[in-house]
Design a protein around this ligand. Structure first.
Ligand code: NCD
Length: 322
């Protein structure tokens, strides 16, 4: 695989996007471009990470993130090992720290962690010498989702995000996806709008780098893309919404709303979708929907991240030798 010369990947872990510079992000994208191309070939496996091991430690359910990390590792010939809460000793009451130390003793190169507690990835990263990639922690962060979302937008807009406007719509209060996306999109020069019923806006949202709306018809006006978020029914404290019918009547994205956006506005959703609740079903399948492109981007981005983290020490040695 062709490597960009002179770029040093300095990070041990990926906990959120705040620690990444724009140059880091562009380097991830350029690395992912090469893998994206490989993913479209008939034979998709390359030996780049042969002999490296990646543990997928998913304490919360996941379809896309876990499968795409697994596929990403396997396409690079790394050995991937999956561990879920059920079936692991965590279910017997073992602490996260003890489970992690046990996994570390097996000497993996990378642990990908999804956990219901905000800060869980940081907790492991502070204690383990291997790289830790945050696959989503509580409401806090989901950096790989934000990277794959911007990578998908880049396929349509090119490298120049400056001045584009993206609306993120839905359950802002309980979403880790929105928190990482606001940071990354604004870092890339995108103007971000947020829209939700007042009860689904988190405290302090005024200080985020985004313009906040409660009325969808105002929020959607003139935007270049709309990213719908899933209503996080499992994280809802009772009483935040009058009813699901009321929510979908006021905040479900429909074709009628999208007519107010730019003519070719893209429709996004990180999945899993509640069709008819946060996004009209026909819109999810419409030609300007890039929801399945997001899934494909996810494999390429996660290949790039596994590659950069698993080989970061090799490059130091190489550069030292040169
Ligand atoms: C998201 C997550 O888990 O935070 N899903 C994903 O990773 N594709 C969004 C969600 O669960 O709503």
């Amino acid at each position: 695989m062709q490597q960009e010369n002179h770029f040093e990947w300095k990070h041990k872990d990926l906990l959120d996007v705040d620690t990444l510079s724009v140059e880091d992000v562009m380097h991830v994208f350029k690395t992912a471009d090469q893998f994206h191309e490989i993913n479209n070939r008939p034979v998709k496996k390359i030996p780049t990470l042969k002999g490296r091991s990646v543990i997928l430690f998913f304490y919360e359910p996941s379809t896309r993130t876990k499968t795409s990390f697994d596929m990403a590792g396997k396409r690079l010939s790394a050995d991937t090992f999956s561990l879920a809460k059920s079936g692991s000793a965590l279910q017997k009451g073992e602490s996260l720290k003890d489970t992690a130390l046990t996994l570390q003793a097996m000497n993996p190169d990378i642990i990908v962690l999804r956990h219901s507690s905000s800060g869980a990835a940081q907790f492991l990263a502070d204690r383990l010498p291997c790289s830790v990639i945050n696959g989503g922690d509580g409401w806090h962060a989901h950096p790989t989702q934000a990277l794959l979302d911007s990578f998908t937008l880049r396929q349509h807009w090119g490298d120049d995000f400056y001045g584009k406007e993206v609306l993120i719509l839905g359950d802002i209060a309980h979403s880790r996806v929105v928190r990482s996306n606001v940071q990354l999109l604004s870092k890339l020069g995108v103007r971000v709008r947020l829209c939700a019923p007042r009860t689904l806006l988190p405290r302090g949202v005024e200080s985020w780098n985004a313009k906040v709306f409660t009325r969808l018809e105002y929020a959607v006006e003139g935007v270049d893309a709309v990213m719908c978020l899933r209503l996080q029914l499992e994280r809802q404290q009772a009483g935040l919404l009058p009813s699901l019918e009321e929510y979908s009547r006021t905040h479900c994205l429909t074709a009628r709303h999208l007519e107010l956006a730019q003519p070719n506005a893209l429709v996004m959703h990180p999945g899993p979708m509640n069709r008819g609740l946060e996004i009209a079903s026909d819109l999810a399948d419409a030609p300007n929907s890039v929801i399945l492109e997001q899934v494909s981007s996810g494999v390429a981005i996660r290949m790039a991240l596994l590659f950069l983290f698993a080989t970061r020490n090799d490059r130091h040695v190489d550069q030292g030798d040169a």
